[in-house]
Design a protein around this ligand. Sequence first.
Ligand SMILES: Nc1nc2c(ncn2[C@@H]2O[C@H](COP(=O)(O)OP(=O)(O)OP(=O)(O)O)[C@@H](O)[C@H]2O)c(=O)[nH]1
Ligand SMILES: [Mg+2]
Length: 411
Amino acid sequence: MEQDQGYEKVIIVGIEKQNEEDAFRYSFDELEQLVENAGGKVVARLSQKRERIDHKTVIGKGKVTELKNLAEELGAQTIVFNQELSPSHVRNIQELIDAKVIDRIQVILDIFALRAQSKEGTLQVQLAQLSYILPRLAGQGENMSRLGAGIGTRGPGETKLETDRRHIQRQMTEIRKELKKIAAHRERSREQRKNSNVFQIGLIGYTNAGKSTLLNKLTDAETYEKDQLFATLDPLTRKSELPSGMQVTLTDTVGFIQDLPTQLIEAFKSTLEESKHVDMLLHVVDASNENIKAHEETVIELMEELGMNLIPTLTVYNKKDLMDEPIRSALYPNCTISARKDADIQILREAIEKEMKKQMVPYQLSIPVERGDWLVELRQFTLLERQLFDEENQVYAVEGYAKKGSTLVQE
Ligand SMILES: Nc1nc2c(ncn2[C@@H]2O[C@H](COP(=O)(O)OP(=O)(O)OP(=O)(O)O)[C@@H](O)[C@H]2O)c(=O)[nH]1
Ligand SMILES: [Mg+2]
């Protein structure tokens, strides 16, 4: 029944508050995109203007009847609400309509479940799903076990979502333990990188902004880039070379979205925090998106929440090729590029170098001629700007900028 004609027919439902028409439309469009990314097809959108949700059925009783008729008429098996639903909401609505009733959070969790690849990603998604389900199993309602199949019911990989309360608690404890082990391992390799003299850059931004595309262009990595929401769940670090020849590392990570479910933030904390320890951030923004301002705000809020707001940040306005008017919102410092244009990638490399310089310390050194190895390292891991051979003293006089605390410039 769920997979009629290959896709699940969905009606999305939302509450529109006064003076929030634009925000509502964006959020509703995004919900439609989310549903489609989860493999569903939105066959109708139903919204109701009201200031407070109906405590029983979210939308008013008359609207529920309209929804019921619409669902029957269109053969929609699934109703997705834009707001978070309590177990009693679901129960009350399902008493009136014979359909699966889920919320925005479940759709996002479902997409994460579909995308999860690595062991860590899989465990993180499972944890987020279980922490969504657990409080909803309390009381008399066992709605989660009545979900059936399709969107909102899928676990990562082949696993089926657990719905037994005691089992869930046990499983969550196990998963937390395993995630701790993985995080500790990552912490160790991060420490190693931190102690090194390598300048580290993190990519952050709204989902689908072009982070992975840029990582691929700036490095020789082949990260999964795709026109889908949450294409990347696993952090990935790769080397990249700047115009001066200096090597830096770039780390790609999971994208942000409005109302990122708290369950996901909790579960993905260690992944999201991968970028917390970098020397600089590239905040990638899809400059062609109509909702650019809300995207930027979402990212900045999450940065604050994750303690990343004090890291020097270069904003990269991407997808210039799709822009039909100049950027309406501007964070500084910034540069505007298209990841699809090679000349722009060069502009970006130069902009990165310029921003890095502001965080670095200038140095002047005399390198004895027999210390060619030192010179090589300086060229590789610092911004070496000038190099002169002093014949008389048989030394190289070099000047440049090094990462703060770099051991390479301490004589
Ligand atoms: N037209 C155009 N498309 C771009 C540009 N940069 C990236 N894209 C496309 O935008 C889509 C999303 O790119 P990704 O690199 O996967 O985005 P992401 O930020 O990594 O997304 P998540 O991993 O989901 O957070 C892909 O289809 C890219 O090909 C650009 O400059 N111009
Ligand atoms: Mg990506």
